[in-house]
Design a protein around this ligand. Structure first.
Ligand code: PLP
Length: 477
């Protein structure tokens, strides 16, 4: 991993920013030139409103849309391309199923089972349908190593279960779920099986036809395609029986004053003017991924994880007390920034995840210039270090505040994605010093004064790592 990946040249944004190391593809991927070119080509040559105009340009737009559907369906292993509904992305796809299928089929006393590993997009729509229909919303717990607890799931899925919804790959932990085993539990009781493929489609060969699920949802922008397009693949039998989700435009067959009828699948679920340009871009993204091969994509990801794990271990070793837990994902900038502050002579109180309940908070580590200088309970540390300013790395500002009352000068920080947020600062001198120090480190800092309620400050200020023109590998050394 010492040489640069030659594929960077395929991505105009990466090519234009040689010092940028983009690791947030799970949130959204960068776009290769071929995708941008395909969209430009569509708009420059074939753009018109499809399905409606009785003229050549509209017919060409219709063809491009149809071809895009076939291409994307093929990529995902769905032989019946008409069973791929284009949506804005995974969130809309899951809302579509939950709303259209859920309201038509869920009754009082039924149960909807999801897992504790779900993205909100595959959690809240089901929770809301359950509330609206008087059904029970059941959340399957995880094992201690963050996998769906299949033993628990076996006991939770039963004759009342109408829906079993889970993800293919977890966005939070990267866990690849055993789709067949989970689906089999739902199949045994006749439940609808819904799989959130937002993180599966970009990384794994999906093979919808051989995957035993009723619905598979995905987002184009996470798989090198444009934002604003994604899809829902479902079984024809279910789609045909399912009522529409939205009304108007393309989904209508006939309209009379008294009633209307609907177009066939997939148009029945695509109300309004379709997003042809982005569908064309997504089809080009499928071509691009196929030209590389998903095996190579996966191997590259594995190599990145190996490298990140190795480098982070080198940083974390000697800087954290042994009982702390740190996820080895996207924390690089966060720790770099903390070390920059430590170098400035500020005492750091690093709490990591076990800060979330002060009562459970057994040990904290104090870092100075990246080295542990003391550790203990908050009370012990307070007694040993009176009048010290502390920085808190916390996911839970409320508990942090509780645990740290009594320290003189507290700055609470939290990492959200790769951005570092200052949750609170209560010392103007310190605020200024930290701001200057961060600035000199190339971090854009806006430190907000401490508000009365720490919970309100999640949006108080955001620090954005500015690219410093330095190779992160050197920084890790
Ligand atoms: C597992 C998972 N499900 C659903 C979503 C929502 O995707 P979108 O915002 O593209 O609709 C995401 C996005 O991060 C995700 O990772």
């Amino acid at each position: 991993m010492t040489t640069r990946n030659p594929r960077r040249a395929d991505f105009p944004l990466l090519a234009a920013n040689p010092e940028l190391y983009y690791l947030d593809s799970a949130a959204t991927s960068q776009k290769p030139r071929v995708v941008l070119d395909a969209m430009r080509d569509y708009y420059e040559r074939d753009n018109a409103n499809p399905h409606r105009g009785a003229y050549a340009l509209s017919a060409r737009a219709t063809d491009r849309y149809h071809e895009a559907r076939e291409r994307v369906a093929k990529f995902l292993g769905a032989s019946d391309a008409d069973c791929l509904i284009f949506t804005r992305g995974t969130t809309e796809s899951l809302n579509l199923v939950a709303t259209a299928w859920g309201h038509a089929n869920i009754r009082e006393g039924d149960e909807i089972v999801v897992t504790a590993l779900e993205h909100h997009a595959n959690f809240v729509p089901w929770q809301q349908v359950a509330i609206a229909r008087g059904a029970k919303f059941v959340v399957c717990p995880l094992t201690s190593d963050h996998r769906v607890d299949l033993d628990a799931l076996r006991t939770l899925v039963g004759p009342r279960t109408k829906v079993l919804a889970f993800n293919h790959v977890s966005n939070a932990l990267g866990t690849v779920n055993p789709v067949d085993q989970i689906a089999a539990l739902g199949r045994a009781v006749g439940a609808l099986i819904v799989c959130d493929g937002a993180q599966g489609a970009p990384h794994l060969r999906v093979g919808f036809d051989t995957l035993d699920v009723d619905f598979y949802a995905f987002s184009g922008h996470k798989m090198c395609g444009p934002m604003g397009v994604g899809g829902l693949i479902g079984h024809r039998r279910i789609l045909e029986a399912m009522p529409p989700y939205q009304f108007g435009g393309d989904m209508i067959e006939f309209v009379r004053d008294e009633e209307s009828t609907w177009s066939a699948v997939p148009h029945k679920f695509e109300a309004g003017t379709p997003n042809v340009g982005d569908a064309v871009g997504l089809a080009a993204a499928c071509d691009y991924l196929d030209s590389i091969g998903l095996d190579e994509v996966l191997e590259h990801e594995r190599a990145l994880v190996r490298l990140a794990t190795e480098r982070l271990r080198a940083i974390v070793r000697g800087t954290l007390s042994s009982d702390s837990s740190i996820t080895l994902q996207s924390r690089r900038d966060f720790w770099d920034s903390l070390f920059a502050l430590a170098d400035a002579g500020t005492t750091l109180l690093v709490s990591s995840h076990y800060m979330d309940e002060a009562e459970r908070c057994t040990r904290l580590a104090i870092l100075d210039a990246g080295k542990i200088v003391a550790d203990g309970t908050p009370r012990e540390l307070m007694d040993r270090l009176p009048g010290r300013t502390v920085l808190v790395d916390t996911d839970d500002p409320r508990s942090a505040q509780r645990a740290l009352t009594g320290f003189d000068g507290v700055i609470a920080l939290a990492q959200i994605g790769t951005a570092l947020r200052v949750l609170a600062a209560d010392n103007p001198e310190l605020e200024k010093r930290i701001g200057e120090r961060l600035h000199s480190e190339g971090v854009e800092a806006k430190v907000a004064p401490i508000p009365p309620n720490l919970e309100d400050v999640f949006v108080a200020a955001t620090l954005k790592q500015k690219e410093k023109g330095k190779d992160p590998k050197e920084r890790a050394a």
